[in-house]
Design a protein around this ligand. Structure first.
Ligand SMILES: [Ca+2]
Ligand SMILES: [Ca+2]
Length: 240
């Protein structure tokens, strides 16, 4: 990632939770999760967006945006990919095209020695499936696993966290057997089929970690108007 002006970006993975709508008054629904959703990200987990979250921040005028990647991580030895561009994208006009983006990159350190660099919120240099590094001032930079930035401005945490998503995956593959992974203990066809989840279920992801990128920012930096019901949509991409 030495060239900060990539003119083309390869589309890898986009729009897992494209429909999160947030207003100044409150925040709407979560729609989907996508762990290991294609063979390419299954064998390259650092390209894999797991989930995107948006929820109220530490004060009423702030919002937290989160992307998780790389789950499931067993243990604590994991690093962000220094050759990938991680982005959180915001549409505040209702046309599903990004109006502002956060661009997050990492240096070539490993584990807890790694550094994160955040640019944004800033207008994108390209939109849609083309991803270009913007020529803009670095807003936050520092070590992973640390709360960085300003509590009244852009605040960032990037690092290892327990994967907050939960699923009874063993039962899921009995319900939808064609979604089985190609490798690992759950790749073998089950002799049983099922129509529904178990009660109580078993959270397969409970012992596993993810790499999280968490950005808290004043809502005013994301929305396009000062109206009390101003809304935005948020999604994430990873590209190279
Ligand atoms: Ca994914
Ligand atoms: Ca837009």
């Amino acid at each position: 990632m030495s060239n900060r002006f990539l003119t083309r970006g390869r589309y890898l993975s986009i729009v897992f939770v494209a429909g999160i709508a947030a207003s100044v008054a409150g925040i709407g629904a979560l729609l989907a999760s996508d762990h290991q959703d294609t063979p390419e990200v299954e064998i390259n987990p650092r390209m894999d967006i797991n989930d995107v979250y948006a929820f109220p921040g530490s004060s009423p005028d702030r919002v937290a945006l989160v992307m998780t990647t790389s789950s499931p991580i067993a243990g604590q030895n994991a690093s962000f990919d220094p050759d990938l561009l991680y982005q959180l994208k915001i549409d505040n006009g209702g046309d599903a095209r990004e109006d502002v983006v956060f661009q997050i990159t990492f240096n070539s350190g490993t584990g807890s020695a790694q550094q994160v660099t955040v640019v944004g919120p800033v207008g994108p240099a390209s939109t849609g499936t083309s991803n270009t590094l913007v020529n803009s001032t670095v807003v936050v930079e520092g070590a992973v696993n640390t709360a960085l930035g300003s509590p009244t401005g852009v605040q960032v945490f990037a690092g290892l966290r327990a994967d907050p998503f939960f699923i009874d995956l063993e039962q899921f593959f009995k319900i939808l057997p064609d979604r089985r992974p190609s490798t690992g203990p759950l790749s073998s066809p089950s002799t049983q089929t099922a129509q529904q989840f178990r009660n109580p279920g078993v959270d397969l992801l409970r012992p596993f970690n993810a790499l999280a990128i968490v950005i808290e920012v004043p809502k005013a930096q994301l929305v396009s108007s000062t109206a009390a019901d101003a809304k935005f949509g948020v999604w994430a991409t990873i590209s190279r």
